[in-house]
Every structure is written in structure tokens, then in C-alpha cells.
Design a binder for this molecule. Structure first.
Ligand code: SF4
Length: 286
């Protein structure tokens, strides 16, 4: 295999296959409520990128949704996926983590968040939990370019990402960067620069996704006005191929691409055909 996959990483760390249990803890996002910005990132759907998540209160149902395919001996990580998973009072975050960790099948937590939403008390909480069980933080970087960041209304500067990674690393917290390939106005070299920044920041993991155009987003309006085009499947994986050359063997590639909510997907439609995409990945990178 050309890269260290999530499965390889998890088997090395937990000695078994691991499934993520997507959960929503009811937070919103500082880029939606006016604290950092309004309207959110232009690609972000009304569900805050957590369309597949169930409430953390309903952890049993969330586990049953994945346990059917998991089989005997699998382990589970609670994944706070929706919106900004640390954008709440620290005592509430503690309550949510305690609730999911009380479940005997949950081995650790993954929290998707923004680099500007990890105040010191939250970091201290995560650091103390990280001494008891694995805590993973996923930061939505999308791009290293502040120009593109402005275009997509990310509403934080890339230097805030770099600073957040180093604060998390001071507490040995595993950090994965979420990166979008194909953002409007970017050329391939910009996308590779994003990967270089993630590597230079020392992130332990990276997650790629092709830019999706989802119904109801500002991006959808731009797409309908013909302001940019989405990547074809081959074109997308040609860029991923070059990105993989930049990634050290110690870094885990948690995802080569994702699949968005089908009911909202406008383009690129190849991402809806999960089986075809997986077969393609296995042939080309397996
Ligand atoms: S920071 Fe995340 S949740 Fe907030 S608008 Fe952007 S993508 Fe959506």
C-alpha cells in the first residue's frame, strides 16, 4: 500500500478493527453564530458536516448502526462529528465525553473542531482525558492558503491552525487535519502546499475529501452561476497521487476521499458511487 491507512493505524494502536460512531453533541459553530463569521464555510451544509450523526444521548443506536457490519471483536471510537465539537462550555463537553466513555464498547473519542475553538480549559480537559484513554482531535483546515480561506469564508487564519496543532501536541494529543481538494480558485500546487503545511506542522493524520457541492450552500449558488468546476474522479486521484508522495510513512491517511449526503449532493456525482470509488482506490493505491 502506498500509505498508512486508518485500518493499519488502528490495528497497530488497538490491536483490532475500529469503527467510528458518528455523534452530534448539539454544538453550533463560531463561523455561523457571528463570533468569527456568519453563514459558515461556503461548502458547509445546514447539518454542519454531520448528516450521518445521531445525538450522543443515543449512543446505543449510533453503535448499532455500525455494529452490523463490524462483527465480533471490533472496537468503537465516539466521533463528535457535527459542527464544531469543542464549541461549548467545558463542563458540557465533559458531560458529553463522560456519557460516551461510560459505554463499555467505546475505547476513545475523536472530536472534530476548529483551531480557534480550543480554549485553555478545554485543552486541559482533553489533556487529562488523553492520559486515561485515546483522544483524537480533527481540525478542519481545508486549505493552507489564507486567500482561499477568505474565498470560502473559513474565518480563521492558517497560523491559528499551526498554533493549535502545537498546543495539542504539548499534551500528546493526536491531531488529524481535514483537507479539501478542488476548492474554487486553487491550482494543484496550492493543494499540494496545503499537504506540505500539514506535514510541516507535524500532524499525525490527514483526511482528504473532494470538494462537494451540496444543495442549499453558498457553494451551490456559485456552481450554478458557473464560477468554478468540480474535479472528475481521475483528475482528483491524480492530485491525491501527488499528495501521497509528500506524506511521510509515519503519518496516517485516514481517508483518501469521502462520500457526502446523497440527498444533498449536486456534484461531483462520482462521489456517490462508493463501490466504484473504493474499487478504483484499491486498484490504484492498494
Ligand atoms: S467551521 Fe466547520 S461547522 Fe463551521 S461552517 Fe465551517 S465547515 Fe461548517
Amino acid at each position: 500500500m502506498r500509505y498508512k491507512s486508518a485500518d493499519q493505524y488502528y490495528r497497530g494502536r488497538f490491536g483490532r478493527k475500529i469503527y467510528r460512531v458518528s455523534l452530534d453533541i448539539g454544538t453550533t459553530c463560531p463561523n455561523r453564530d457571528g463570533t468569527r463569521g456568519e453563514g459558515g464555510c461556503i461548502f458547509c451544509s445546514a447539518g454542519g458536516s454531520g448528516e450521518f450523526a445521531l445525538s450522543y444521548e443515543d449512543i446505543d443506536s449510533a453503535i448499532s448502526r455500525v455494529s452490523g457490519k463490524a462483527g465480533e471483536g471490533a472496537g468503537y471510537l465516539a466521533y463528535f462529528q457535527s459542527y464544531t465539537g469543542t464549541y461549548c462550555d467545558v463542563s458540557y463537553l465533559k458531560q458529553c465525553i463522560d456519557k460516551v466513555m461510560a459505554h463499555p464498547m467505546i475505547l476513545g473519542v475523536i472530536i472534530a473542531t476548529r483551531p480557534d475553538s480550543i480554549p485553555d480549559d478545554t485543552l486541559d480537559l482533553l489533556a487529562s482525558y488523553n492520559r486515561e484513554f485515546p483522544v483524537f482531535v480533527e481540525l478542519g483546515l481545508q486549505t493552507a492558503s489564507d486567500v482561499t480561506a477568505e474565498r470560502i469564508n473559513r474565518c480563521y487564519r492558517t497560523e491559528e491552525f499551526v498554533a493549535a496543532v502545537s498546543r495539542l501536541h504539548r499534551h500528546n494529543i493526536h491531531v488529524t487535519a481535514h483537507v479539501i481538494i478542488g476548492l474554487p480558485g486553487e491550482v494543484v500546487e496550492d493543494m499540494l502546499d496545503t499537504v506540505r503545511l500539514v506535514v510541516d506542522a507535524g500532524c499525525e493524520g490527514i483526511k482528504f475529501t473532494a470538494l462537494y457541492v451540496l444543495r442549499g450552500t453558498v457553494l451551490a449558488q456559485m456552481y450554478e452561476r458557473g464560477e468554478f468546476d468540480v474535479l472528475g474522479m481521475e483528475e482528483y486521484f491524480d492530485i491525491i497521487d501527488r499528495a501521497l508522495d509528500l506524506i511521510p510513512g509515519s503519518m496516517t491517511v485516514f481517508r483518501l476521499t469521502g462520500d457526502g449526503p446523497k440527498n444533498l449532493m449536486i456534484a461531483p456525482l462520482w462521489t456517490n458511487n462508493k463501490r466504484q470509488v473504493i474499487n478504483y482506490i484499491n486498484r490504484r493505491f492498494g
